[in-house]
Design a binder for this molecule. Structure first.
Ligand SMILES: [Zn+2]
Length: 361
C-alpha cells in the first residue's frame, strides 16, 4: 500500500515522501484503510516506500509486494501524465472495497486493479460484479509474473485467470492485459483461440508503457493470422500421438468412452477438435465436447437444433457468471457449428437449425 490512515482517519501518503521523513512516519500509529489493522513501514533502498501488513494478516491487501507497488505507481503516473483525473488506492465506501486506482473520464468511473497475487475465482468475480453493479468499469491488469508464455504468440492462461478476460464491446476481440513493473512494458494479448482449456494462440504485443496511451488498451489490433493455419495443421496432426499418462483420469475416461463406441482418437475426423474463441466457457477440452457432438448428434441425426446441441453439453459448461467482463452472447457451441457449416460438414437453414451433410460425415 502506498497510503495508510492515522487515528483520525486522515490519509497518509508515503511513496513521494522525502527519505528524511521516513523515521518520523515509523513512529506513528497507522492503519490499513480497508481492514483497519496496524501496518508497518517498508522503506528499503531499492523499493518505493510503502506500508505493509503484518505477516499474520488475512486482509486482501496483504502480500502485495514491491513488484506490485512499483507497477501500481507506474500506472498511476502514466495516467496522470496523460492528463487524466486519477486517484491512487481509492476506497469505494459504497462497496467497502479498495481499488489500486480510480480513473475518472468525464462522468465515467473506472477502477483499475493491478493484480499480481493469485486470488480465488469467486473473489475475482465478486469484486468485478460489485464494481459493475455500482456502475464502475473494472479494468484488471495482471502482473507479468502471471504471464505463462509458450511461444511468440501463445500463452497458457489458467482457468482462474480466464475470469480476467475482457471484451470492451461484443464486436471487439477478447483481450487480457499484463504489465511488467521491472521492464515497464504493457503486454496486450488479444484475439485468442483456445487449443486446450488453457493453451491459447493469439496476438501478443508488448509496448513500452511510455509509448502507449490509455485508449490504446481498447483498440483492436488485428494481425494477419496466416501463421496459425500452418501451426494448427502441424499441432492437430501431432495431437492424437501425444503421450497420455494413466494418471490423466479424464483423458483416460474419454478414450474408454471412444473405445465403447468403436472409435479411437486416431479414427476421429479432423473436424472433431477445432480451436474456438469461446472455449473458456467449457469445462472439458475441445476434443471431448466436440466428439460428443460428433457421436451423439452428427452421426445419429439428420437434423438437429442449436438448443439440442447445447443441451447435450449442459454438464460441460461453466456458469457464464465466471466471466463478467465478456459479452454474454459468446457461445462456443454456436461458434463450433458455424465453423462446421463453413467447411461443409453441416448445412444451416437458420442459426438454430442444422442438417448433417451426409456426403461429408
Ligand atoms: Zn488491510
Amino acid at each position: 500500500m502506498l497510503q495508510a490512515v492515522d487515528d483520525t482517519g486522515h490519509s497518509v501518503t508515503i511513496w513521494n515522501m522525502p527519505r528524511s521523513e521516513i523515521p518520523i512516519i515509523r513512529q506513528r500509529a497507522l492503519y490499513c484503510p480497508v481492514c483497519k489493522e496496524s501496518v508497518i513501514v517498508k522503506a528499503g533502498l531499492r523499493n518505493i516506500p510503502h506500508f505493509a501488513h503484518y505477516r499474520s494478516s488475512e486482509c486482501v491487501h496483504s502480500g502485495e509486494g514491491s513488484y506490485h507497488e512499483h507497477g501500481k505507481l507506474d500506472l498511476y503516473l502514466w495516467l496522470k501524465h496523460q492528463g487524466y483525473q486519477v486517484k491512487l488506492e481509492y476506497y469505494f465506501s459504497e462497496l467497502n472495497q479498495r481499488a489500486d486506482m480510480l480513473l475518472l473520464i468525464k462522468d465515467k468511473r473506472i477502477a483499475i486493479e493491478y493484480q499480481c497475487a493469485t486470488i480465488p475465482i469467486d473473489q475475482i468475480v465478486s469484486r468485478t460484479k460489485g464494481y459493475l453493479e455500482a456502475g464502475i468499469l473494472p479494468v484488471w491488469i495482471l502482473g507479468a509474473t502471471k504471464m505463462k508464455r509458450t511461444g511468440s504468440n501463445s500463452l497458457h492462461i489458467s482457468t482462474t485467470d480466464q475470469s480476467f478476460l475482457y471484451q470492451p464491446h461484443p464486436s471487439l476481440p477478447i483481450r487480457i492485459f499484463y504489465y511488467c513493473s521491472e521492464t515497464k512494458r504493457m503486454i496486450i494479448y488479444q484475439d485468442l483461440l483456445f487449443l486446450t482449456n488453457t493453451k491459447t494462440a493469439g496476438t501478443l504485443q508488448s509496448f513500452a508503457l511510455e509509448r502507449l496511451s490509455w485508449k490504446d488498451l481498447f483498440r483492436p489490433r488485428p494481425l494477419p493470422r496466416k501463421w496459425f493455419t500452418t501451426y494448427w495443421q502441424h499441432y492437430r496432426k501431432k495431437w492424437p500421438h501425444r503421450p497420455v499418462s494413466p494418471y490423466q483420469k479424464k483423458e483416460t475416461e474419454w478414450r474408454q468412452w471412444l473405445y465403447l463406441r468403436n472409435l479411437t482418437v486416431h479414427s476421429l475426423p479432423d473436424y472433431v477438435y477445432l480451436p474456438t474463441r469461446f472455449q473458456y466457457l467449457l469445462t472439458t477440452p475441445p476434443w471431448v465436447w466436440q466428439s460428443l457432438l460428433y457421436v451423439d448428434l452428427f452421426q445419429k441425426k439428420e437434423r438437429f437444433t442449436l438448443p439440442q446441441a447445447t443441451s447435450l453439453l449442459k454438464h460441460h459448461i461453466h456458469p457464464p457468471a465466471y466471466f463478467p467482463l465478456v459479452s454474454n452472447r459468446n457461445d462456443p457451441v454456436f461458434e463450433y457449428l458455424q465453423l462446421l457449416v463453413r467447411i461443409g460438414i453441416l448445412k444451416d437453414n437458420d442459426q438454430n437449425h442444422y442438417a448433417v451433410n451426409r456426403t461429408t460425415v
